[in-house]
Design a protein around this ligand. Structure first.
Ligand code: UTP
Ligand code: MG
Length: 596
């Protein structure tokens, strides 16, 4: 991805606000006229008021009564009046332009942020196992501002500076062409310097934003694992690691800024040398009478004014290079391939029944060259059946249900929902029909009601309470200071492990989906509460297909089908009794649990 591509993409965003940008540009150009006209009244004061030269014809012709302009004081007041008028208008214009630009640029950042977030929501879990949350945060909250800089630091300043320089060149060349050419000879010299600096500036800013991303990622990870760090007494270890990240970021920051600062200061030096040359040349011309004092004054006035647009041009180019590096960080994500893609002809599940079939599914988390985690898995579950997946830790149970929700796609084979390959079903429609309780329950930093109703926002309060009762959560919720309206802190840290699990179960109970997946839903709950939850499960799951993963085999005894997974393969299938009779893996596990 090169810089040009980044600009093309950014300009697509800007093009949405074409008319507004045009308005700002037009206002900016009017502002330029004032800017260019600023030194002119002083020329009249010096040449026509103080030195007594007559006014140029085009001005004196404007007055029918010449007695007015012959009065020097009148001429002085008129010149000063024009100066004040220009100052006032420049002030008003700058304010209006500033407000319009900031307003538009802010909307642009907002658009890019929204697209970024929408993309993040579409990316599959394999993306999140490769990218760090802190780095993504940095990209989404910091790097998206490139589009703001593009408008506020590049497009508009470059445009007005160019026009401003054009206007100045015109007036200067009217006064003295040679001097004007000397003044503007800085431009090609600056271009050469820029050519020299462009690559190092790009490289160093790229490193700067990359290290900034890793720094944020480390910070985010440390903040969210503070409990473990403190419990293991590893504060100084983490401190050292943080220092390393901070140093890397700090060094990259210094190097990048040193390079761009050198570039900026070299431009200032070059314009400085040019102005010294011009002062000498101009003064010599003044001495031999080819240039009036007023003209010399204008020349020198423009010379200092020349710094403004030339510098904002060089800054704009420097900013463009930084934007290339930062914008790449945004578009790398926006353009990243959606591994779990939605088929353009994908369909909605209209009347879901909940029949699930795995056909020869092989899957692994890495690429196909690595070893698969699931090998040739096949089974079929009829609507309304309860199926239990059992097996040792790491056998592949969670992987199977992750495939069913299409968090990942299988390498080989297919998964069917009501006879339709889930790859041909709209992702939203598939997930709407699957209710999930994850092995690690996730609780949002919202109220309990919002957490339970997360999958069914239209649910009535009565339904929410009923689901909470089924999940054996109602009693503890009622004892909380604000009951169902209690706000839960980040990562549910104000709740016990079992309480979090019960809220996650209530959430799944409330979601009206024909397929219910429970991945060790009660691992943190005592046996009595667990048996109550399973009693409620039979009520809430009436007619639903239920996938149940549990290491406590007593909870799955009544399943219609038990599938034993060993090292990613199905090794047995049957009912509790038939598997006991077979006396193989399941029977072994069950006997072990009931003897010990
Ligand atoms: P599972 O997570 O499917 O195992 O991982 P499981 O049967 O549910 O295990 P328990 O009972 O919850 O502990 C199966 C294999 O896939 C790997 C794991 O390391 C394990 O070997 N895996 C899992 C990955 O490589 N990447 C992941 O993101 C998850
Ligand atoms: Mg698991």
């Amino acid at each position: 991805m090169n810089q040009l591509y980044v600009f093309k993409r950014l300009l697509q965003y800007v093009s949405k606000y074409k008319s507004k940008l045009l308005l700002i540009a037009v206002l900016g150009l009017i502002g330029v006229v004032f800017e260019v006209a600023k030194p002119l009244p002083i020329k009249f004061v010096i040449d026509n008021v103080l030195s007594g030269h007559p006014l140029p014809h085009f001005l004196s012709n404007l007055f029918s009564d010449t007695s007015f302009i012959e009065n020097k004081k009148n001429l002085l007041y008129a010149s000063v009046g024009i100066m004040l008028f220009i100052a006032l208008f420049s002030f008003v214009f700058s304010l209006v332009i500033f407000n319009l630009t900031v307003g538009m640029a802010q909307r642009l950042v907002f658009d890019l942020m929204i697209d970024f977030f929408a993309k993040l929501q579409r990316l599959s879990l394999s993306f999140y196992s490769k990218n760090k949350v802190g780095d993504l945060l940095q990209r989404m909250s910091g790097d998206v501002f490139v589009v703001y800089f593009l408008v506020a630091q590049i497009i508009l300043p470059a445009l007005t500076s160019l026009v401003c320089l054009g206007g100045m060149f015109y007036i200067m060349s009217r006064i003295d062409l040679l001097l004007a050419v000397v003044a503007f000879s800085v431009v090609p010299v600056l271009a050469i310097v820029l050519g020299f600096f462009a690559k190092p500036m790009n490289d160093t800013t790229t490193v700067q934003y990359k290290t900034q991303g890793s720094f944020s990622a480390f910070l985010q990870q440390s903040l969210s694992s503070m409990k473990i760090i403190q419990a293991f007494g590893r504060e100084s270890f983490m401190h050292q690691k943080l220092k390393k990240h901070a140093e890397e970021f700090g060094n990259a920051f210094i190097v990048a800024n040193r390079v761009s600062m050198t570039y900026n200061q070299m431009s200032v030096l070059i314009t400085g040398i040019a102005s010294a040359t011009l002062v000498t040349l101009g003064a010599l011309r003044g001495l031999n009478g080819t240039l009036s004092v007023g003209d010399l004054f204008i020349f020198l006035g423009y010379l200092t004014a020349l710094f403004g647009p030339v510098n904002s041009l060089t800054t704009a180019i420097g900013a463009a290079i930084a934007i290339g590096a930062r914008g790449k960080r945004v578009f790398d994500i926006l353009d990243s391939e959606e591994v779990v893609k939605e088929n353009p002809h994908a369909i909605d599940i209209k009347y879901p029944k909940g029949e699930i079939e795995f056909r020869n599914v092989t899957f692994g988390y890495g690429n196909a060259l690595q070893l698969p985690v699931l090998k040739n898995i096949s089974f079929k579950v009829l609507p309304g059946q309860v199926v239990a997946l059992v097996g040792a830790t790491g056998a592949g149970k969670t992987s199977i249900i992750s495939l069913l929700s299409r968090f990942y796609d299988p390498w080989k084979g297919s998964i069917l929902f009501d006879g339709v390959d889930i790859a041909d079903i709209k992702l939203h429609s598939l997930r709407e029909n699957v209710s999930l309780v994850l092995q690690e329950p996730f609780i949002f930093p919202m109220t309990i009601v919002e957490n339970i109703a997360f999958g069914n926002p239209e649910a009535s309060f009565e339904d929410i309470v009923e689901a909470a009762k089924g999940a054996q959560a109602h009693d503890f919720i009622s004892k909380l200071p604000n009951g169902y309206e209690t706000l839960i802190s980040e990562q549910g840290s104000s709740l016990s492990g079992g309480e979090k699990q019960r809220i996650a179960i209530a959430r799944a109970f409330l979601k009206k989906a024909p397929v219910l997946i429970l991945d060790e839903p009660t691992s943190a709950v005592d046996s009595l509460t667990e048996s109550k939850i399973f009693e409620a499960l039979s009520h809430f799951s009436k007619g639903k297909t239920v996938f149940l993963i549990s290491h406590r085999l007593s909870t799955i005894k009544h399943a219609d089908q038990i599938i034993t997974i060993k090292e990613g393969q199905v090794v047995e299938r049957g009912t509790h009794q038939s598997l006991l009779d077979e006396n193989k893996v399941y029977a072994g596990l069950y006997k072990y649990q009931h003897i010990t």
